[in-house]
Each structure stands twice: as structure tokens, then as C-alpha cells.
Design a protein around this ligand. Structure first.
Ligand code: UT7
Length: 329
């Protein structure tokens, strides 16, 4: 039986900085409690990068470990896609910094700015490159140093975020495994619901800037929550339908780790059993574009995901933008 060329995940990798920040530690920064954070979000702790670890450092570490697992030589990498909203610099891209750090000099590197959906967007881009025959080996990374953009005096957001990176190596497969379907959608009418107002070219930092938190992440959490459950659910159903499978055939759901209650509502709507859902929001919080590949790597290295499994990934973030990908492992 012949199969179409698909983009298969040949290796996964991740990196999380060693420093753990507990909920109790946050109690000394803002008026919150360990109990509130656990009950409303499912988060117990998050990782915070110290000054010596940049976003590109984390991205490179995750990519390196994915390449090792995929037995991918540096000279074989054709494309590096780094999904991030916290790149080391506005210019050049984080992708080019990763290229330099890992010596991937035969590749083209660039960044994708799609907030928490960035990694899923990267998968969709890589799928197009590989299925069209344009490129063979694509490294897709999600890397975030969100602690740099967190407003540490806003209790409605600072308890949520953490730093990390995750990555995969994609290559062509002809045995039926690989990405079966992808879906993405955005709605810019809700762009102000999750935003960093100051620091771009429209409202640059000024020397006499009076700090009011507007150069940090601000979010209308409850509104975002509702759209997240609805649209991640729709995106998942779309990729399941496109692939011609049924929700009950899904082996693993790897959802964006924003909030345990969002994950529970999503999987309940899809009718997928809780023991098929990969969860690590308790240990890392919301790491934006790193969230899905970090959870995927943990599940893969723990031997939970096996060849032939159907793996459903989905994410949602500022833009607003959301998406899903269904992969035959
Ligand atoms: O990754 C990108 C997408 N992001 C998300 O998907 C995040 C989506 N949103 C959420 O996860 C949730 O909306 C939050 C966790 C951000 C908030 O949970 P919520 O159940 O929507 O709470 P809420 O905003 O309605 O706040 C409930 C109460 C409020 O007090 P009052 O007005 O009822 O007196 C808040 O002021 O909880 C208060 N509150 C807190 N209390 C203690 C908000 N944050 C905190 C806090 N500690 N950290």
C-alpha cells in the first residue's frame, strides 16, 4: 500500500530553567493564595529563567535534544521555525540565533509570532514545506521567556506564566505516520483582550515612561477563557473530521497548558477520557508557545506515546488565534 508523503515527528526535545517558583512565593508579591491559584488554574509552580538564560538559549537547548532523539545531523536541517513572542531581540529573529548556537548553517531560520498557538502554527508551516517537497528536515520550536513580560504586580496574570522551550524535528514519512491534518483560525477583533500595549513601534518605550504596567502582558482572562474552550474544541473537531477519524480513536490529547479548568472543559466537550490527556500545567504553568511541545516531549520520553497512536494537539492565544493538529505517531 502506498501512502502520501507526510511530515512525521522524528524527535522531541524540551528545556525548562531549573529555578522553580511556588505559589507560596507569589503570595509575597501580590494578594493571592496557593489555594486560589491551585483551584482556579491547576498551577502549583512554574519555572523562571535567571539572567544568564535567554529565550534563544532555551530554544537551542530544546532543539538540540530533539535533534539528538531524531538522530538529526546539524548539516541536514533545512528549516528552523521558532515560535515565540519573547525573542531575545526584535531583530534578528530567535531562529537565526538558534541557527548560530547549533551550527545549522544549511538551514533558513525565522520566527512565527502567533502567541500560545505559535507551535501549532509552526507545525502547519512545516507540514506544507515537507508535503510539497520543498524541504525535508524542519525543526519547529516553541520558546518563551514570559517572566520578562509578566507584570509581577498584577495578580490576575502573574500567577499564570512560566519560562520554557520545546521542539520537534519533522521529516518526510511514506508509511502513513505523520501530520494528518491541521487547522488554524484567528479573530483580530479580540486583539485587545490579550495584549502588550507598549514596546512595539506604535507605542515605543520612552525615557520618561511612567510605569503603569502597559509594557507587560494584560489579559481579560474570563473572556479569553470562554473563547478558548469554544474555539479549541471547534479546531479539534475540524482536524478529527478532516482526518476521517472519530474522537474516541484519539490516543492522546496534548492541549495548551493554560488552565486546568480549560483543559477539563475542552476534553469533556470532545468526549475524550481524562486519562488520555497530557497534563503538566501543575509544574510549569502557561509557557505560551512552549506549552504543547514541552508536554509532548515529556509524554514521549516517558514512553506514553507509542507508534501508531493518534496524537491531538491544540492551542489558543493572544490575537486571538487558535489551532489544532492531528498526528499519527
Ligand atoms: O494562554 C493564552 C490564553 N490564556 C488563557 O487561556 C487564560 C484564560 N483565563 C483563565 O485562565 C482564567 O480566566 C483566570 C485564571 C485568568 C482567572 O480565573 P477566573 O475564574 O476567570 O477568575 P476571575 O477573573 O473571574 O476572578 C475571580 C475573582 C475576582 O475577585 P472578585 O471580583 O470576585 O472579588 C478576582 O479579582 O478572583 C480574583 N482574583 C484572584 N484572587 C486571588 C483574580 N486573580 C486572583 C489571584 N489570587 N491570583
Amino acid at each position: 500500500m502506498t501512502h502520501p508523503i507526510r511530515a512525521m515527528i522524528a524527535g522531541t526535545g524540551s528545556y525548562a530553567p531549573p529555578r522553580r517558583m511556588s505559589n507560596t512565593e507569589l503570595e509575597s508579591l501580590v494578594e493571592t493564595s496557593d489555594q486560589w491559584i491551585r483551584e482556579r488554574t491547576g498551577i502549583h509552580e512554574r519555572r523562571i529563567a535567571d539572567d544568564s538564560i535567554s529565550c534563544a538559549d532555551m530554544a537551542a537547548a530544546a532543539a538540540r535534544s530533539a535533534m539528538e532523539l531524531a538522530c538529526c545531523a546539524p548539516e541536514d536541517v533545512d528549516v528552523i521555525v521558532d515560535a515565540t513572542i519573547t525573542a531575545d531581540y526584535l531583530l534578528p529573529s530567535n531562529g537565526c540565533l538558534v541557527q548560530e548556537k547549533l551550527g545549522l548553517f544549511n538551514a533558513v531560520a525565522f520566527d512565527v509570532v502567533a502567541a500560545c498557538t505559535g507551535f501549532v502554527a509552526g507545525l502547519a508551516i512545516a507540514r506544507g514545506f515537507i508535503e510539497s517537497g520543498m524541504y525535508r528536515k524542519v525543526v519547529v520550536i516553541g520558546s518563551e521567556r514570559l517572566s520578562s513580560l509578566t507584570n509581577w504586580s498584577d495578580r490576575t496574570t502573574c500567577v499564570l506564566f512560566g519560562d520554557a522551550a520545546g521542539a520537534v524535528v519533522l521529516e518526510p514519512s511514506e508509511n502513513g505516520s505523520g501530520i494528518l491534518s491541521t487547522f488554524m483560525k484567528s479573530d483580530g477583533r479580540m486583539s485587545e483582550w490579550l495584549q502588550i500595549k507598549v514596546g512595539g513601534t506604535k507605542h515605543p518605550h520612552k525615557r520618561e515612561f511612567a510605569w503603569d504596567g502597559s509594557d507587560k502582558i494584560a489579559m481579560r482572562g474570563t473572556d479569553v477563557f470562554k473563547v478558548a474552550v469554544k474555539e479549541m474544541g471547534n479546531a479539534c473537531l475540524k482536524v478529527i473530521e478532516q482526518a476521517g477519524v472519530k474522537p474516541e480513536e484519539v490516543s492522546w490529547v496534548v492541549p495548551h497548558q493554560a488552565n486546568m479548568r480549560i483543559i477539563e472543559a475542552l476534553t469533556k466537550r470532545l468526549g475524550i477520557a481524562p486519562d488520555k490527556v497530557v497534563i503538566n500545567v501543575d509544574r510549569y504553568g502557561n509557557t505560551s508557545s512552549a506549552s504543547v511541545p514541552l508536554a509532548l516531549d515529556e509524554a514521549n520520553r516517558a514512553g506514553r506515546i507509542q507508534p501508531g497512536d493518534l496524537v491531538l494537539m491544540t492551542a489558543f492565544g493572544g490575537g486571538l488565534i487558535w489551532g489544532a493538529a492531528l498526528v499519527r505517531w
